[in-house]
Write a protein that binds this ligand. Structure first.
Ligand code: QAP
Ligand code: CO
Length: 168
């Protein structure tokens, strides 16, 4: 297993639309394991393959208290089952240090495959519903900062660009 570097906003590679997974092989299992390791090391609750520059439709999530229940979603999609929105102060491992309120549907039906290609569905609400929608956005090249004002987004962009210049 190997820790992978996480791309940070405004890296243009984060705008890539990920392609569906069609082959459920050992390379996919290694990718999922690397993503889980990388998510835990960064103290995140969710990570999309796009964030480690792999443009395939894979994401990992662990919203458990004990951080002992990683879940892998391959080719995930969702349907809204309750139009009601919930606000949450979202963060992102690709936008470190910044949190902004985003509104998303409160309850969703998630359809995905596991690492063996087995299809499954789960109903999600609360933080899991928010997290899965946030991570599927990554697979479509979208970031939570796309939902806030351009003024706030540009401010975050310039602060992160400055931090990247300093650490380069
Ligand atoms: C996405 O986000 C998410 O800024 C996952 O300095 C966000 O794991 C799902 C993190 C909100 C549900 C609700 C962010 C860690 C982690 C940071 C994350 C940071 C360190 C973000
Ligand atoms: Co994110």
């Amino acid at each position: 297993m190997a820790l992978q570097p996480i791309l940070e906003f405004p890296d243009p590679r984060l705008r890539t639309v990920a392609k569906p997974v069609t082959v459920f092989d050992d390379a996919l299992k290694t990718l999922a394991a690397d993503m889980i390791e990388t998510m835990y090391a960064a103290e995140g609750i969710g990570l999309a393959a796009s964030q480690i520059d792999v443009h395939r439709r894979v994401l990992v999530i662990d919203v458990s208290e004990e951080k002992d229940s990683p879940r892998v979603f391959v080719n995930p999609t969702f349907e809204v089952i309750e139009q009601e929105l919930q606000d949450y102060d979202e963060g992102c491992l690709s936008v470190p240090g910044f949190y902004e309120t985003v509104s998303r549907p409160r309850r969703v039906l998630i359809k995905a495959q596991d690492v063996d290609g087995e299809a499954f569905e789960i109903e999600a609400e609360g933080i899991l519903a928010i997290c899965i929608q946030h991570e599927i956005d990554h697979l479509d090249g979208k970031l939570f900062v796309d939902y806030i004002s351009k003024l706030k987004r540009d401010r975050i962009r310039s602060k992160l660009e400055k931090a990247h210049r300093k650490s380069a």
